[in-house]
Design a protein around this ligand. Structure first.
Ligand SMILES: CC(C)(COP(=O)(O)OP(=O)(O)OC[C@H]1O[C@@H](n2cnc3c(N)ncnc32)[C@H](O)[C@@H]1OP(=O)(O)O)[C@@H](O)C(=O)NCCC(=O)NCCS
Length: 326
């Protein structure tokens, strides 16, 4: 059986670090409030002129280097992002050009914080169907440009970063065992960015409404997120005839420590098997899972044959899981 196997991981975060104490200087908040409600201590912020394609390219170069794959060997690039350089064309087109991946198709996936897993699923499907041999999957965001720096409910949560994986066709039992994807578009206004778009075009009114910024009703999102993240992880285990005892590593979407812990507890994985780095990066949306994966992989924490579970939840709503035998 042909499976898509992760043969390289890479990540990149901008140099500039913004701590919770930096927020205290310009808004009514505190390090203590942010840490206890979210688990976040600091996040990285892109420099002026540093864009999603730049972060994505750097993460991709590192993943390709680890895999020993040349850019021209790639059949396709799929990038999960909601903060592309332009409305169109896709930011992955810029990454394709930057890398010199001349034989790769490139497109973006817009599934908010689930974007990386939606992209991973499509890339794995292409490999398993025999339509591609080597794929590059990226999650990259510059969220600090779409958050409202006057809204203390949201601006403290997000950061910038990128992560990437190289997927290669592999004959055998190792690789992506399953992916599960879900969407419920009925509640999209609980977490979304209204403008600027073809529906809400740039105007004085739209600017005054602060329509360009991410909007979120945190309490409502919290409840749905915990339920969906738990259910989609259980779905992955059940589909593979496994239980949480079989899982060596859970890499959840890093939204918030309370969401992470509530989900891990329900899954009976609230121990050293759940990887958490939200304290250092905040919520980097589509980038959280590949960024965390690259950290654990480079730290040598994953052995061949380990069962690794990913789950994510985001705007849309979208939610997803992937189960991997490393
Ligand atoms: C955003 C979130 C941290 C808020 O925490 P909470 O415990 O729900 O807090 P509440 O919304 O009940 O607000 C409590 C109070 O703190 C205040 N507050 C909000 N942000 C604050 C901040 N940065 N600093 C200080 N106080 C703040 C609120 O204004 C509110 O004050 P009020 O009672 O006087 O109105 C929480 O709802 C959350 O994490 N939601 C999920 C968000 C998320 O992860 N989204 C992405 C999913 S992919």
């Amino acid at each position: 059986m042909i499976r898509a196997r992760i043969t390289g991981t890479g990540s990149y975060v901008p140099e500039k670090v913004m701590t919770n104490f930096d927020f205290e200087k310009f808004m009514e908040t505190s390090d203590e409030w942010i840490r206890t409600r979210t688990g976040i201590r600091e996040r990285h912020v892109a420099a002026d002129g540093e864009n999603t394609s730049d972060l994505a390219t750097k993460a991709a170069e590192r993943a390709l280097e680890m895999a020993g794959v040349k850019p021209e060997e790639l059949d396709g690039i799929i990038l999960g992002t909601i903060t592309g350089d332009y409305p169109w064309p896709a930011t992955s087109c810029i990454v394709q050009a930057n890398l010199g991946a001349v034989n790769a198709s490139a497109h973006d996936v817009s599934a908010a914080c689930s974007g990386f897993l939606f992209a991973l699923s499509s890339a794995a499907d292409r490999i398993q169907a025999g339509n591609a041999k080597k794929m590059l999957v990226i999650g990259a965001e510059v969220l600090t440009r779409i958050i409202d720096w006057e809204d203390r409910n949201t601006c403290i949560l997000f950061g910038d970063g990128a992560g990437a994986v190289v997927l290669e066709a592999h004959e055998g039992e190792n690789g992506i065992l399953s992916t599960h994807l879900h969407t419920d578009g009925n509640q999209l206004e609980l977490l979304y960015q209204p403008g600027f778009s073809t529906k809400i075009v740039p105007s004085v009114e739209a600017l005054e409404n602060r329509d360009y910024f991410l909007k979120m009703q945190g309490n409502e999102v919290f409840k749905v997120a915990v339920r969906s993240l738990t259910e989609v992880a259980e779905e992955a285990l059940e589909a593979n005839g496994m239980t949480s005892e079989d899982v060596n590593l859970l890499i959840p979407h890093q939204a918030n420590i309370r969401i992470l812990e509530a989900t891990a507890k329900r899954l009976k994985l609230l121990d050293e098997r759940t990887y958490i780095n939200v304290d250092r990066f905040g919520n980097t949306s589509g980038a959280t899972i590949p960024l965390a994966l690259d950290e654990v992989n480079r730290a040598g924490r994953i052995k061949e044959g380990d069962i690794v579970l990913f789950n994510a939840f985001g705007g849309g709503f979208t939610w997803a899981s992937a189960l991997i035998r490393w």
